[in-house]
Design a protein around this ligand. Structure first.
Ligand code: TRP
Length: 451
């Protein structure tokens, strides 16, 4: 068997993992959760969740990947030969496959909106035009299938090139681009005349909104945002070379992800407040990004249309870049699995994954039009993929991964290799063994209103 590829540099490893973490979750979920749950108070709780839970779980995924040098399913098999633990990895691969299918649809929309904004299609539209526009686009079967397919093809283009020449090279281009766009958008947004109220809202904590439910949802958001629970980071860590420091890499990734999420708040809220719009509970996910915000941008920049034009183009480009780098990691989980476990060469494995995903993703994308009345367990296909993966499979595989690392692997991997000070190691071990499993169970029960 040929030598396994590794990332060529420490920076490459950090940017690739940060690319996985920074995604739609940062831009379309985090700001709105912040908005509904007490502004800065929520941000403080969220950062607490990242430090106390997200960081240790990320470390454990990195350990599994780095010490097995294997894809997610292979990793469990290698570290626990002859046991049933391999199923945890397999569930992870399957979960990644489901997530990428619905994620690509949204990535497709962001691509479409990037082009629409470049073509100045929002010009002259008024508040009531945006909902019909988005509904028409998402219901149109040809457009949905086309954009979903394009999102997959972009992903395929990178993945087929391999770890160093594909994932690492493009992460090194795309992540700095994403960072620069973020900074430009923040500067534009906070300088809007009515931005003050939005900024105020983001920095003045309102702790009266914080309760157990909010904490659990912040924790769920932290896990999702860091791409934890299904082995994206296990797969990427399997490409770390021996000199990669797990702790430093995890610290960097947690920091970058949180920074971009908070900055997304500083892009969205000043503009929203400036436009005099008050966010509604339904302004979450697609409707925030594709209906509310185009209108907000149009209004906020009414006196400087060119700036408004640029703002919209950059905003959708930002979303697209964030979505694609996350898709890379999801695609890689499945591709690496086929490549390693079935000895299929990388290009063929990537092609196979892409073709199957395009077919499933395309069918799923019809959930907003032709197939909107086709329900399984009362859910459209899109919602079924989303709910099954995010609400059921992710918590299950995240829980089992932490039990695996905390209880099974703990006795078998030399602690020196953790590369950590004794006290931090003790805290992290305690978190992974007791706190993480407990909280994941709580999140799981809470989302079904059982807690
Ligand atoms: N973290 C990404 C986001 O914020 C999404 C994502 C990529 C993900 N890979 C994942 C979520 C694995 C959970 C598990 O949008």
């Amino acid at each position: 068997m040929s030598e396994r590829e590794t990332f060529g540099s420490k920076m490459g490893a950090i940017l690739a993992a940060a690319g996985s973490a920074v995604g739609l979750g940062n831009v379309w979920r985090f700001p709105i959760e912040t908005g509904q749950n007490g502004g800065a108070a929520y941000i403080i709780i969220y950062i607490g969740c990242i430090i106390l839970m997200g960081f240790p779980v990320m470390i454990s995924e990195f350990i599994v990947g780095k010490f097995s040098h294997s894809n997610t399913a292979g990793a469990f098999q290698k570290l626990a030969p002859g046991t049933q633990w391999k199923w945890v990895g397999r569930i992870g691969v399957f979960t990644g496959f489901l997530i990428i299918c619905y994620y690509a649809i949204v990535a497709g929309w962001t691509m479409e909106y990037t082009f629409l904004s470049i073509a100045n299609q929002f010009d002259g539209k008024s508040v009531n035009d945006y909902a019909p526009m988005f509904n028409e686009l998402s219901a149109n079967p040809w457009k949905s299938v086309l954009w979903t397919t394009l999102a997959f093809l972009v992903t395929f283009y990178v993945i087929a090139r391999g770890v160093q020449k594909g994932i690492e090279k493009y992460s090194k281009i795309l992540m700095p681009t994403l960072f620069i766009i973020t900074v430009i958008l923040v500067v534009c947004s906070v300088n809007l005349p009515g931005a003050g109220a939005g900024i105020d809202f983001l920095v003045r904590p309102d702790f009266s909104k914080i309760n157990g439910k909010v904490v659990l949802s912040a924790l769920g958001q932290a896990f999702y945002s860091l791409s934890l629970g299904m082995g994206c980071l296990i797969t990427y860590a399997s490409y770390f070379n021996d000199s990669t420091n797990i702790r430093k890499t995890a610290l960097n990734v947690c920091f970058i992800d949180t920074f971009i999420a908070v900055m997304a708040g500083f892009i969205i809220f000043p503009a929203v407040f400036d436009a005099g719009y008050s966010l509604q509970p339904e302004d979450i996910g697609p409707s925030l990004i594709f209906i509310t915000l185009p209108n907000v941008f149009q209004q906020s920049f009414a006196s400087a249309p060119f700036l408004g034009y640029l703002f919209a183009v950059l905003f959708y480009l930002l979303l697209f870049v964030a979505a694609v780098t996350s898709m890379l990691s999801l695609h890689e989980v499945v591709t690496a699995y086929l490549h390693d476990e079935f000895n299929i060469n990388r290009k063929k494995a990537a092609t196979l994954v892409t073709v199957v995903c395009i077919i499933l993703g395309a069918v799923c994308s019809l959930s907003f039009g032709v197939l909107k009345d086709f329900h399984i367990f009362g859910l459209t296909l899109f919602d079924l993929f989303d709910t099954t993966s995010s609400n059921i499979l992710l918590p299950i595989s995240g829980l089992l991964t932490s039990i695996f690392v905390g209880w099974y692997l703990d006795k078998r991997i030399e602690h020196e290799s953790w590369n950590m000070k004794p006290l931090s190691k003790r805290i992290i071990r305690f978190t992974i063994r007791y706190l993480v499993p407990l909280f994941i169970i709580a999140i799981f029960l809470n989302q079904f209103d059982l807690l």
